[in-house]
Design a protein around this ligand. Structure first.
Ligand code: B12
Length: 253
């Protein structure tokens, strides 16, 4: 349809196209102007990706001139796009190759935006986080996004990504004073290794041992995180982390 393919996100404040209109042709009441523009951006971005226009998709993001934070890009553009991609893939309407291409475009964009947007950020606080996936977990995007939130709050972070053995972690903790180990679990089949990892960390020398935060779609709620997995902190989303980190810092001092 003409409207959705010709709309540039920059023009979105004047646009009343199909992107953010509901069936009654009214914008959803809960979305403000900036959110609606981001939603339009997300939909155009996803359309480009589905059609294999990788370059155009990347340009859309890189040339976007709205007042957006990294968190906005992550939660309002990339995460919904990944979710929609996953749905098409699960229903057999998208090939694994396409899904991987889309993931890799987003991965590159995240790296690029991170360089642009986090330049000059100060590691101003006395807190250090290590970010890692437990066990065989491979879903790195949520962890990368979490890393950004910590950096924005002035934390020093070490992004390890895929799991490394507890003995290597212990060596790491001996060399660097780490305040928090941050774990993200996407698949419920990896909850057991997450729990085992947490148990192993808690058995380390208390002088070395960081506190532990878990999150991710496999962790249903705070009770699971704290009681079952044994973590010290749980937050359900990046938004919640962004808002709750000041309070957590107070508890850690
Ligand atoms: C990209 C992707 C992959 C990529 C990952 C690439 C990478 N570098 O990350 C690859 C191709 C490797 C992959 C592999 C697999 N995947 Co996959 N994947 C996805 C996809 C499309 C997107 C995931 C994503 O990045 N989402 C965006 C993130 C940001 O959103 P989120 O996870 O919800 O996280 C949010 C919150 O939970 C929170 N959060 C997350 N972590 C943390 C941590 C903290 C501390 C905090 C505060 C918050 C927080 O913040 C985020 C933003 O709000 C999803 C589809 C979907 N619906 O999500 C499937 C999906 C997760 N994958 C799935 C499956 C089945 C697999 C495979 C088993 C497929 C296979 N047969 O090989 C493997 C397993 C690999 C493994 N061992 O882990 C299923 C899981 C079903 C289930 N619930 O059990 C999904 C849902 C697809 C589907 N619809 O079937 N996958």
């Amino acid at each position: 349809d003409e409207e959705s393919s010709s709309v540039s996100p920059e023009a979105s404040t004047e646009v009343s196209g199909s992107f953010f209109m509901d069936r009654d042709h009214r914008p959803p009441a809960s979305l403000n102007e900036a959110d609606r523009a981001l939603r339009a951006l997300q939909e155009t971005f996803f359309e480009c990706l589905k059609q294999g226009n990788w370059h155009e998709a990347a340009e859309l993001i890189l040339n976007y001139r709205g007042d957006v934070t990294m968190l906005d890009y992550y939660e309002k553009v990339f995460a919904p796009t990944l979710e929609a991609t996953g749905a098409l893939w699960a229903s057999g309407d998208m090939s694994v190759a396409e899904e991987h291409m889309i993931s890799s475009v987003i991965d590159k964009l995240m790296t690029r935006l991170e360089v642009d947007k986090t330049e000059g950020l100060l590691e101003a606080k006395p807190f250090t986080a290590v970010l890692m996936l437990p066990g065989a977990e491979e879903h790195e995007f949520p962890l990368k996004m979490t890393d950004e939130v910590f950096k924005h709050h002035g934390w020093k972070t070490f992004y390890l990504g895929r799991s490394i053995p507890v003995s290597s972690l212990e060596d790491f903790f001996k060399k660097k004073k780490v305040s928090l180990l941050v774990l993200s679990v996407t698949l419920s089949r990896h909850l057991n290794s997450c729990e085992a990892l947490i148990r192993a960390i808690k058995a380390l020398d208390p002088v070395l041992r960081p506190q532990i935060m878990v999150g991710g779609s496999a962790v249903e709620n705070e009770a699971v995180a704290l009681n079952q997995l044994g973590a010290d902190f749980y937050l359900p989303s990046l938004q919640a982390l962004d808002q709750g980190l000041d309070e957590i810092e107070k508890r850690m001092l």
